[in-house]
Design a protein around this ligand. Structure first.
Ligand SMILES: CC(=O)N[C@H]1[C@@H](OP(=O)(O)OP(=O)(O)OC[C@H]2O[C@@H](n3ccc(=O)[nH]c3=O)[C@H](O)[C@@H]2O)O[C@H](CO)[C@@H](O)[C@@H]1O[C@H](C)C(=O)N[C@@H](C)C(=O)N[C@H](CCC(=O)O)C(=O)O
Ligand SMILES: Nc1ncnc2c1ncn2[C@@H]1O[C@H](COP(=O)(O)OP(=O)(O)OP(=O)(O)O)[C@@H](O)[C@H]1O
Length: 478
């Protein structure tokens, strides 16, 4: 793309040589000849420190937000590099968002599950969908791994440009919003699932976290639609803020003016009311929280025009998301659940579901992510001890925290079992659980985790599958 034309996007007054830009990059290590390098101030590094390296590798123009003198190539200072990145990426890929119907899903929990449900319903109704989220990225039917829940601006614009699908369903994380990753796009639908104590290391407090999430709704098209779960204080607060917006908004909850109300939740079957009709909502997956996710998906599909009966049928055949409340049965009658829960509310949902399903004893295995919001740990442990019969603490991703320091902390939180190796912790719970007991393993879900005793498995899901397939306990085979 022509450099001068590209830079009109960020309204620069600087006159630039007439040349073609090969690519835009923010990483000096991937710069190639004729690239435009954008210096980003990050959390671990400052991209401005790598400008010389980028020039040596062939960058022909640099964008940054610091004062920098005497570079051998044009340097353009902008107020905010991440915003410039979004604008330039959008221009570079031909403003691909403008022709797309984009569904953005934000909230602490339920984004992935709701995204999968919407995709399932829309595809059954004959639509095609791309999906960008934390489990994977699906475009034109091809699946790619995801680095982030919300792709960085360059990848986001690139994904949009290559997608030929009718709908884009994307999870919108608070980090993605705060880092301007979605700056270059507008949404047709904006969904808010809920808000729970998480990521406060990044956002400071709940109010700051909420206001970041709320920013996604500033990006809704005037003819767009917001769909809010009103059955929590933060959803109600957001609904209040959206009253005077140009776009329409509808809510789900348990009040008269909610578009959809959830009247009753029982295992595998709930009753909702929609447009004056009471409807049985049958799901093949467990967890009362999934009724809320299904209700969000229902409202979205209905707004798109999928007939109600068809939505209900699709929800009945929805088989779930990898690592989200995945249920396994052991031959001795124990039920094992692998779930991606990271917050106290998500723990509460999982553990309560076990009890409502008639669990005997409930064993709960989990750990804390190192270097991530330590302020939520007290709530997580408290709810686990309240609702589980035995809490077994183990290591989760350490993110650079020394294992000994984390183990020491785990021992301070739990006078009961602390088993450092995650595989052995799962093994311990499975050995103790008898018929009708439940083992709930939260944290890693489908994501890889490197245990010393990894064997053929490296996620909680694979660990459990391996044990159940062989019905063997790891240390007997080591
Ligand atoms: C803390 C955080 O959010 N980090 C994200 C951020 O990276 P960063 O700003 O920290 O980058 P950095 O490593 O400090 O580098 C700064 C700049 O220097 C450049 N650099 C660096 C080294 C070098 O040799 N040369 C060079 O040019 C880098 O390319 C970068 O442009 O920007 C990157 C590009 O957008 C993200 O991939 C990265 O996500 C990391 C992987 C991450 O773990 N993020 C998590 C916290 C996150 O975003 N999570 C949410 C979901 C949360 C949830 O709901 O659970 C998500 O959307 O994924
Ligand atoms: N509607 C909900 N309300 C509360 N908890 C939920 C809800 N939906 C899912 N959960 C819990 O949150 C966990 C993560 O679910 P999901 O992956 O769908 O959410 P997410 O918002 O995408 O989270 P992440 O970004 O961490 O993947 C689930 O395993 C479950 O324990």
């Amino acid at each position: 793309m022509n450099l001068q034309k590209l830079l009109q996007t960020i309204r620069t007054q600087i006159s630039l040589p007439d040349r073609i830009i090969h690519n835009i990059t923010t990483n000096s290590q991937s710069v190639e000849k004729n690239d435009l390098f954008i210096a980003i101030k990050g959390y671990s590094f400052n991209g401005h420190d790598f400008i010389n390296q980028a020039i040596e590798a062939g960058a022909v123009c640099i964008i940054g937000e610091e004062d920098i003198q005497e570079l051998p190539v044009p340097y353009i200072k902008v107020p905010n590099s991440r915003i410039a990145l979004s604008e330039l990426a959008s221009a570079f890929y031909g403003n691909p968002a403008k022709d797309k119907k984009i569904i953005g899903i934000t909230g602490t929990n339920g984004k992935t599950t709701t995204a999968y449900m919407i995709k399932h319903i829309l595809e059954n109704a004959g639509h095609t969908c791309s999906m960008f989220g934390s489990v994977n990225t699906i475009i034109n039917g091809d699946t790619y791994p995801s680095l982030n829940t919300t792709p960085d601006a360059l990848n986001l614009q690139k994904h949009l440009a290559i997608s030929n699908d009718e709908f884009i369903i994307m999870e919108v994380s608070s980090h993605g919003i705060a880092q301007g990753r979605i700056h270059g796009i507008t949404f047709d639908f904006g969904l808010f699932t809920n808000l729970d104590h998480d990521h406060l290391d990044y956002h400071g407090d709940m109010e700051g976290y909420f206001l970041t999430k709320a920013k996604m709704f500033e990006k809704l098209k005037d003819n767009g639609c917001a769909i809010i779960n009103n059955d929590n204080a933060w959803g109600e607060k957001l609904s209040g803020m959206l009253q005077s917006c140009a776009f329409s908004f509808i809510t789900l909850g348990n009040k008269e003016n909610d578009e959809l109300t959830i009247n009753k939740i029982t295992p595998g079957f709930s009753e909702i009311s929609y447009k004056g009709r009471n409807l049985p909502l049958q799901l093949a997956i467990l967890g009362q929280h999934n009724t809320y996710n299904a209700a969000m998906a229902f409202l979205t599909a209905s707004q798109i025009g999928v007939p109600v009966q068809q939505i209900m049928k699709s929800l009945r055949t929805f088989s779930g998301v990898p690592g989200r409340f995945e249920v396994f049965r052991r031959s001795n009658g124990t039920t094992v659940v692998v779930d991606y829960a990271h917050t106290a509310e998500a723990f509460s949902n999982c553990l309560t579901t076990a009890k409502t399903q008639g669990a005997g004893k409930v064993f709960h295995v989990f750990g804390f992510r190192g270097d991530r919001d330590a302020s939520k740990r007290n709530k997580m442990i408290t709810i686990s001890k309240k609702l589980a019969d035995e809490t077994i603490l183990t290591l989760d991703d350490l993110n650079g925290v020394p294992p000994a320091a984390m183990l020491q902390e785990l021992k301070e939180w739990n006078e009961g079992q602390v088993i450092s190796d995650r595989t052995l912790a799962i093994q311990y719970a499975l050995e103790k659980a008898k018929e009708n007991d439940w083992v709930i393993i939260t944290g890693k879900g489908h994501e890889p985790y490197h245990s010393k005793f990894t064997l053929p498995a490296n996620s909680d899901k694979e660990t459990v599958e391996y044990i159940l397939q062989t019905d063997n306990i790891y240390n007997k085979t080591l």
